[in-house]
Structures are given as C-alpha cells and as structure tokens.
Design a protein around this ligand. Sequence first.
Ligand SMILES: CC(C)(COP(=O)(O)OP(=O)(O)OC[C@H]1O[C@@H](n2cnc3c(N)ncnc32)[C@H](O)[C@@H]1OP(=O)(O)O)[C@@H](O)C(=O)NCCC(=O)NCCS
Length: 428
Amino acid sequence: MENDATLTIGENAYALNIIEGTESEKAVDISSLRKQSKFITFDDGYGNTGSCESSVTFIDGDKGILRYRGFDIADLATSSNFLETSYLVIYGELPSANELDLFKERVYKFAKLPDEVISAIHAQPKNSHPMGVLAAGLQSLGGAYPHYCTNDRKADLDCFDESAALIISTVRTIAATRHRFLLNEGVPESNPTASYCQNFLSMMFGNDSSSEDIPASVINALDLIFLLHADHEQNCSTSTCRMIASGGANPFASLAGGVSALWGPLHGGANMAVIKMLNQIHDAGDDGSRFIESAKQGKTRLMGFGHRVYRNYDPRAKILKSACDDALEALGVSSPILEIARRLEEEALKDPYFVERKLYPNVDFYSGIILQALGFPTDMFTVLFAIGRTPGWLAHWKEIAETGKKIHRPRQIYQGSPLRPYSALEKR
Ligand SMILES: CC(C)(COP(=O)(O)OP(=O)(O)OC[C@H]1O[C@@H](n2cnc3c(N)ncnc32)[C@H](O)[C@@H]1OP(=O)(O)O)[C@@H](O)C(=O)NCCC(=O)NCCS
C-alpha cells in the first residue's frame, strides 16, 4: 500500500502500517513488529509513542491548539460552562437543553455523601494530603455504591450515566468535607437552585446553604478553571486512568489512580509549586531575576513553565492570564506575587535559554494565583485540578470500556543482572 512504511534492520525489511488521524497526524503502527522481527521499540517516557486512538481531545503542541471533541478551547471558555463542557467531553456532543437539564439533575441529586464515606474521609490521618484523601474518598464512594462498581464492564457501562454524575458531583463534596473537618466544621447542605461552582464555594466557605453572597466573578473564575482542565488527552494521570480501566477496573478505582498520578509536582502538583516558588521569590526580596538565573543553571525549575506537549504558549495559560487580572480586580485583591509572575514571564519569554528550549507558561502558571485569591488553601490546588479533570478521566474510562480490547501492558529492555545462583545467608 502507498501508505505503508518499511523498517529495515540489518538485511531485513519489515512492512508496517501507517495510521492517520483526523487532523493528519501520522503514526507507524508497530504492533506487528515484535512478531515479525523479535524487536520492540524503545521510547523512554513515551514522548514519541501513541498509546491509543481516541476521539476526546486534540492537541497540536507546536501550534498551541487544544480542542475538546472538535471545539476550540477558547470558544468553549467564552461560550460554555463547566457542566455543559463536561457533558461534551464525556458524551462527544454538545447537549440539547433537555439532555443538559437531565445531566444537571443527576449531578445535583448526588451532592450529598453517604455517611460511611464521610466517616472514611474523617478517618484519614490528620496530616494526609487532600489528594490522598480524594483518592481514598473515591474508593470509599465505590464501596458505598457497589452496583455502580462491579468490575464487570457491561454492568459498569450500563449504570455509567449515574456513576459519572455521582463522581462529578461528589469530588467537590469530598474535597469540601475534608477541608471543613480539619476546621472542626460540617459542610452546608447543597442548594439545588445554585450552580455547580456556587454550591462548591458555599460547601467550602459558606455558613449555610445560601450562596447568594458569592460574587458572580468568583464563581465564573472557578468555573473557567475547571473547564480549562476538563481534558488534556494522554497525559500522565489520564494514561494511568486508562491503564487501570484496561484491566477491567470500575470508574471509581480508575479515577482514584488518576488522582494519585496527578498528585506529583511535575504534573498536577505544579500549580501548588508555582505559588510556593512565587512566595519564596517574594520573601527573598528577589524581583525574579535571581531565580531565573538559578533555573538557567539547572539548580531549580521555573515552575509553571514548559510542557511535554506544548512547544508554544499553552492556550489555557493565555485565557487564564486575562481571567486572573479580571478576577483579582473584581475581588479587590492586590497580589504582590502576581507582579512577580508577570515579571518572570516577561523575562523568560525574551531569554535565549527559555526561547531555545521553547519553554512557555503552562496552565499552572496563573491558575494558582486565582485559586489563592479565591481563598483556597495551597495544598488544595491540585484537588481543584482533579475536580476539573474528572470529566476527562470519565470520558477516557468510557472510551476504554466501550472500545478497548486488550489490557495495556508495555514491554521493557531488561538491564539487570544475568542469571546467578542463590547464595545462602551465611555466605553473603
Ligand atoms: C513540564 C515538564 C516536566 C516537561 O518536561 P520535558 O518535556 O520532559 O522537558 P525536559 O525535562 O526534557 O526539558 C527540556 C530542557 O528544558 C529545561 N527545562 C524544562 N522545563 C524547565 C523549567 N520549568 N525551568 C527551567 N528549565 C526547564 C530542562 O532542564 C531541559 O534543559 P536541557 O536541554 O539543557 O537539559 C518540565 O517543563 C517541567 O518540569 N516544568 C515545570 C513543572 C510544571 O510546570 N509542570 C506542569 C506541566 S502542565
């Protein structure tokens, strides 16, 4: 075939298929290579490996493009909201008015956590990180709804509409329950007439179910952050979630794995690391230039800069940069660290070190500043990323459950000791 590739190793040539995506990205399908040649391919960190065909999200990192189900992120950020976008990401189409109402009704009906899940959240060690609590909370939630959590793919898919709404709704309740527990407080009842973010903010910070006092700009800023995080194709946590799902595990277990993968500072933990870095720079009386120098010398990293896929401005960072200005102005908050962030960005974008390596601000660079201004404790920032990413993880769980045929199982090149005899303890 015209599109076929030939790989020559030594004297042998192997015919391989080429797969083309709807946006003309191309891949050499090496799935038959080992059978043909006994060779596997090697790609440490998977930077050049496509692990699946997926229809959820398209990214062109060189051009700075991000689309959910074909819709540009900037259009969605301007015209949609988090719950409508969640529906789109999960089900593939924008909902009709009826579909959206039904979806919202399902999400709202599940806002309250079963008592045994609340007890499980309260029982976590005092110093547990909120991400650990979220992962544990999701696993407990599965236990409280065993008929949504069977590990039988067909049965789990049959009740997916309900379990997805349950998970989207309760990730915020788990987060708020833990936060209020550490303050010796309970979570106010959710208000069925208030929006998803309004309810979440009143669960976090309100005194009762009334959320009318929260300014619209605050609610909108949080909704935008969630929407911008809704999916990002095969990143570390989504790939983890898909890997777990490929073994047939239920959505609760798959998402708990996604949460754990997101926790790390090079992934979802970066928004927290950005604030720590900005505070450090501020406390050291640095205007940012000393920090940039030490990042260039490899002594530290400029957190919130660089991305495995984007070699251009992360389109989400662009949107959040202006949202950050608006939110801080509406809240009447002046942030010295925002000044430092702006200066770091300005300096880095003209510094050859960052320019040559194509290091631009990523989504985490400005999101932390907004979250801090909204009043969220720093160690909850990654949890907010997880709440936003929940529809994406669910969409990928569904894609695997509907179309996945094999358990995911990469190979390796073994570099350990050759066969050796066991030596008795006294001879070592
Ligand atoms: C996101 C990240 C892990 C991507 O990593 P990656 O694609 O594997 O990039 P690499 O680690 O190969 O880095 C390539 C080069 O840029 C440098 N670099 C990458 N990110 C950097 C940063 N934030 N600050 C300073 N230098 C950086 C590396 O040191 C390396 O330099 P070298 O070629 O001289 O060795 C990385 O950019 C990073 O650690 N960023 C900060 C954390 C962050 O914001 N993460 C959130 C991602 S949404």
